[in-house]
Design a protein around this ligand. Structure first.
Ligand code: HDE
Length: 684
């Protein structure tokens, strides 16, 4: 996680062209006089014009009509999928020139800073859905390059449910709340979703991924991102390579556990946006490295699956991820609607040096995104500040709703004499986009290629790659989701599918949801891909949140030492007590309590440090123990000072993994920080 240093953050802002461009549109209203949109100054904005104080209101009131008419149109249609999202600005830099792979300008020069905007999202729920439900997360990046916008509109899972875009509306109809009662919101735990899965074998691998902890990330900052489809990179000589794009978070990939995710939903429905917003405000800038898996044209058929099939990944152990650059998110938006809501991302936005493959799912997306933006945001959505490129743009498109520019001149057609035949086209050698001339042959047909047929090998590969803890989580997730399915036959059909992936898993789930395991052959795949396990990652303490529970008369010297050590390690301590206000400790140390048991749930913290005091009330002790039990059950680190020990002593957790008590040896802070870095103690 990058820290803002020596005003560097401010400098980054000045350097970012996109930010400068956005600034031109920012309007400051504070301290100004109130006017109507046409400019007339308003003398009363709280009383509608009426015929007498108690009389009917008058249609003549143009100020009332303008205000209400605008309000009536404040919402635009929410995204059909990925409605709830949160965005941030930043920049991307390539580590070294990738000229051998691509001519894309932003991937040539390590000193070139490309502004980016990222929108993280959830697929299923409406705009107001809680943020920790089990769901795939979107990870969509707009690169404002010198050659136009490149959008990498990916997810936090490297594969997808279906192989052909024409099935997308069916998938989403099954996944969304059921239409007869609009229940459940933002959940896959219901009949229609699992009916779809049980009826579509191509979803087998994705079914395993979504039941894993990937769908309940700890933070957007600890989430991987994937372009999913196979793309092409094309260099100056016209050579093409197939690529898969990856984002790797420098903080490591970490997730919540299910019980925690459900409780956070109630305690803080804005958990992820709050986490991203707060950390960026604090200068803890999230960083992600961009990686590519590269396959030469000649190796197109090297796998026993088809690289055009979006339900398959390229195992990283077979095709390593080459890290080529880094993205840093260093600025929150000024206005969520204008930026995060109106941003129009589209996998079809590419620049010279990047091209599509024939992946049928990607091809389907190329139609859908522009179409949806025209409906959702409006005809001229590309001219809205957040969507404008940073490079110049000129064409013969004219007029339409909310045209944001005033086009000068009378020529608005190609092939003209009057304007010297401008705007003119640009040849490929001078930076114009030229489609890669890949070979195409065949008859017109509606059919999935035979090479897309194996649905279970990679589902099994995923299962083989999980640790025992992760396997346990997957089994519980299936039991939960199918446990909410009312139709027995739907549960049975899903278990039939699980049995083709792993008989062991099917037996556990079937037993739990009251169905049988059929006599079918499970996949014979024995290989694994360690990169797929979330536990094969980086563990760092920085930016983790510690609840510090304090009471009157706390040991001031001890507290100051431990808090300073925590802060140096990058941890974020928050004091919690019974009431808000000032709290006195020994040695003249005072803390200002802003959070209390009533406002802060244990689930929103990554660990707890119980400081206590000499005269803790029964209620204080009870609440502290409740807090600690929850943390303990979620395998999180627990620390206790000498007063603290007396409270948690009764819980019988002393000496258990991840429980660190101050024993007067002076190394408490170090031990506790190490425990925080480990994050979870699964062995409890
Ligand atoms: Fe999307 N998808 N999608 N999708 N998708 C949308 O576009 C669609 C797919 C993804 O933060 C929509 O602007 C079709 C795969 C993200 O604004 C819509 C198909 C992947 C976002 C749409 C897919 C994604 C979207 C909804 C099958 C991972 C949010 C509103 C052919 C690689 C972007 C909108 C943001 C959004 C259609 C499949 C990721 C309706 C037809 C595969 C991250 O156009």
């Amino acid at each position: 996680m990058a820290k803002r240093q020596d005003g560097r953050g401010d400098q980054d802002r000045k350097e970012s062209k996109k930010i400068e461009q956005l600034q031109e549109f920012v309007r400051v209203n504070e301290g100004k006089e109130l006017t109507a949109s046409e400019g007339v100054k308003i003398s009363d904005d709280e009383n509608t014009l009426s015929a007498g104080e108690r009389g009917p209101q008058l249609l003549e009131d143009f100020l009332f009509r303008e205000k209400l008419a605008h309000f009536d149109r404040e919402r635009i249609p929410e995204r059909n999928v990925h409605a709830r999202g949160y965005g941030a600005h930043g920049f991307f830099k390539v580590y070294q020139s990738q000229a051998y792979l691509t001519k894309a300008h932003f991937l040539q020069d390590p000193t070139c800073e490309t502004p980016v905007f990222v929108r993280f999202s959830q697929v299923a729920g409406s705009r107001g859905v809680n943020e920790t439900n089990r769901d795939v997360r979107g990870f969509a990046t707009k690169f404002y390059t010198e050659e136009g916008n490149f959008d990498l509109v990916g997810n936090n899972i490297p594969i997808f449910f279906i192989q052909d875009g024409i099935k997308f509306p069916d998938l989403i109809h099954a996944l969304k709340p059921e239409p007869h009662n609009e229940i459940p919101q933002g959940q896959t735990a219901h009949d229609t979703f699992w009916d779809f899965i049980g009826s579509n074998e191509e979803s087998a691998a994705m079914m395993m991924w979504i039941m894993s902890d990937r769908t309940i990330p700890r933070s957007f900052r600890t989430m991987e991102g994937f372009g999913v489809h196979t793309f092409r990179l094309v260099n100056k000589e016209g050579d093409s390579h197939f690529v898969k794009f990856h984002w790797k978070p420098l903080l490591g990939k970490h997730s919540l556990i299910w019980d925690e995710a459900q409780k956070i939903g109630g305690a803080d429905a804005d958990f992820h946006r709050r986490d991203l917003w707060t950390n960026i405000e604090m200068g803890n800038f999230p960083e992600y490295e961009l990686g590519v898996q590269v396959l030469a044209e000649k190796d197109e058929f090297m796998f026993d699956f088809d690289i055009l099939d979006a339900t398959k990944l390229w195992p990283e152990e077979v095709v390593p991820v080459q890290i080529i650059g880094k993205m840093t998110l260093n600025r929150n938006v000024t206005n969520v609607f204008a930026e995060t809501e109106q941003v129009a991302l589209h996998p079809g936005n590419i620049v010279p040096g990047i091209d599509f493959s024939n992946d049928p799912l990607l091809q389907g997306r190329l139609f859908s995104y522009t179409d949806t933006q025209i409906y959702r945001v409006g005809t001229n959505f590309k001219q809205i500040p957040i969507n404008r490129p940073v490079c110049p743009f000129h064409n013969n498109q004219r007029d339409g709703a909310a045209r944001y520019v005033i086009d000068k001149g009378k020529v608005a057609y190609k092939n003209n004499y009057l304007a010297g035949n401008t705007p003119s086209t640009v040849p490929g050698s001078k930076g114009g986009f030229v489609t890669y001339p890949s070979m195409v042959e065949g008859v017109k047909i509606r059919k999935t290629a035979k090479s897309f047929d194996d649905h279970f090998s990679q589902a099994r590969l995923f299962w083989n790659s999980m640790t025992d803890v992760e396997k346990g989580h997957i089994a519980t997730a299936f039991s939960f989701e199918l446990g909410k399915v009312e139709t027995l036959e739907v549960r049975q059909r899903v278990v039939n599918m699980i049995a083709r992936v792993s008989r062991e898993l099917a037996l556990t789930v079937a037993d739990d949801v009251g169905v049988e395991v059929p006599n079918v052959n499970e996949s014979k795949v024995t290989s694994s891909s360690p990169a797929l396990s979330l536990m094969n990652t980086v563990y760092r303490p920085d930016t983790l949140k510690v609840a510090v529970i304090v009471d009157h008369g706390f040991n001031g010297r001890e507290l100051s030492t431990v808090i300073n050590a925590m802060k140096s390690a990058g941890l974020q301590p928050t004091f919690i007590s019974e009431k808000q206000g000032k709290l006195e400790g020994t040695n003249g140390v005072q803390v200002n309590i802003k959070h209390k048991f009533l406002t802060d749930a244990p689930v929103v913290y990554d660990g707890v440090y119980v400081v206590g005091g000499p005269n803790m009330s029964e209620t204080f002790q009870y609440k502290t123990r409740q807090f600690v039990i929850e943390q303990y059950n979620h395998y999180k680190p627990i620390g206790a000072s000498q007063y603290g020990q007396s409270v948690i002593g009764q819980l019988g957790i002393d000496g258990r993994p991840g429980v660190v008590v101050a024993d007067g040896q002076g190394d408490f802070a170090e031990k506790f920080i190490n425990a925080m870095a480990k994050q979870r103690f699964w062995e409890r």
